[in-house]
Design a protein. Sequence first.
Length: 130
Amino acid sequence: MAGQLARSPQRSERGGSKLQVLFALALTAALLVAGIRIIPVYIAAFKLEDEVRQKCKFAPIDRKPPEVVRSELLRTAQELSLPLKPEGVQVAPTGGAGLKITIKYTVPVDLIVTTINLPFEYTADSKSAI
């Protein structure tokens, strides 16, 4: 009888490792899905930020009107599949031929069970871009 009592805890733990493996697989799958859906959004956002910096850096050389720069940034955002709206782009001339550009937008990311909104806001001017 004492031998049976010693073995009882082992029987109640049976299947515990299978449950741990299933939990680990589910967690890994969730992280993989999140990464596959979130990482491309950040890559596109960084590309757009780089474009903003380039526009500011070369503004004194290009001498494009703010409206042209604004439409170019909107086109770039569209190419990158970013939901940047015209009211989310502000292009203002600064002293000389420089520009100050501010972009602000939110990207909804569908994670199957929920949707998260990733906000992005970036400001650059010709002085800081050099």
